[in-house]
Design a protein around this ligand. Structure first.
Ligand code: SAH
Length: 254
């Protein structure tokens, strides 16, 4: 049976990729690289590997999901081993589940290799422990991308009082914070947004929920970024407490 790997490349910093991931990458005949993967990780691929970029960043047109699966199957059927490199973890908002099912259905042996997901790495990069027990009983990973029927139930999430870690939430940030405030989450709730975490261009913004969307907009933060909402965000670097962190306008931007 031909082999395929669904590999998590981690959040960006090459050193945050696992040994297992680098070893699998070193075996692959073909490497299909996703959007958010730091191209530096290709140093672990074979010099003669065929490398295909299937993401839209860097001027390449985005490849539809069906086309990516078709490419993987085509290579696998031709007897070539395929490494599918994804940002973060392949099974956290990464469509790794769908790809694994398609490969298995076609009789291709698939191995999943975890990566460090941005939802943990990005908060940690500025000192936020997402489950610090003095602040929360747990953490919810949620997509901010959905609109309409795909919209998460923000009121229900607010009621959990858990740390909310939002992926893909930047474009709809003011709608999301508005929904959380409307659901009764305090305007003082500490929040953080971390852009391009663990990369040299990493930036972040901190503000209480009430002024958070404005602060992020003024700081010009955009994708890819992780948003953290909850008491743990008060532990971000340089912040001793929410009160100490806030300037006159309630904002703290780095
Ligand atoms: N599988 C990935 C998530 C893919 S969804 C993982 O486990 O991390 C894409 C979203 O991930 C982005 O919109 C952003 O919210 C987040 N993301 C990925 N890399 C990031 C990084 N280096 N810094 C901040 N957010 C990141």
């Amino acid at each position: 049976m031909t082999r395929a790997w669904l590999i998590g490349a981690g959040p960006g910093d090459v050193e945050l990729m696992t040994l297992k991931a680098t070893r699998a990458l070193a075996q692959a005949d073909v490497v299909l690289v996703d959007d958010l993967v730091n191209p530096d990780v290709l140093q672990f691929a074979r010099a003669d590997a065929l490398v295909v970029y299937v993401g839209k960043r860097g001027g390449h047109p985005s490849t539809p999901q069906a086309g990516i699966v078709a490419q993987m199957l085509e290579h696998a059927r031709a007897g070539r081993s395929v490494a599918r490199l994804k940002g973060g973890d392949p099974f956290v908002f990464g469509r790794g589940g769908e790809e694994r099912q398609a490969l298995l259905a076609a009789g291709v042996d698939v191995e999943v290799i975890n990566g460090i997901t941005a939802g943990i790495a990005a908060p940690a990069a500025i000192g936020i422990p997402v489950t610090h027990r003095d602040y929360t009983q747990g953490v919810v990973f949620v997509t901010g991308h959905g609109a309409g029927s795909g919209e998460p139930d923000w009121a229900a999430l607010a009621a959990t009082r858990m740390t909310l870690v939002i992926y893909m939430g930047m474009r709809r940030l003011s709608d999301i914070t508005g929904a959380l405030l409307a659901a009764g989450l305090s305007a003082d709730t500490p929040c953080a947004a971390i852009e391009s975490a663990t990369r040299p261009e990493q930036r972040h913004a901190l503000a209480p929920l009430g002024g958070f969307a404005d602060t992020v907009a003024r700081a010009g933060l955009g994708s890819p970024a992780i948003v953290v909402i909850g008491g743990v965000a008060s532990l971000a670097d340089g912040v001793l407490s929410t009160a100490a962190a806030t300037t006159a306008n309630g904002a703290n931007v780095k």
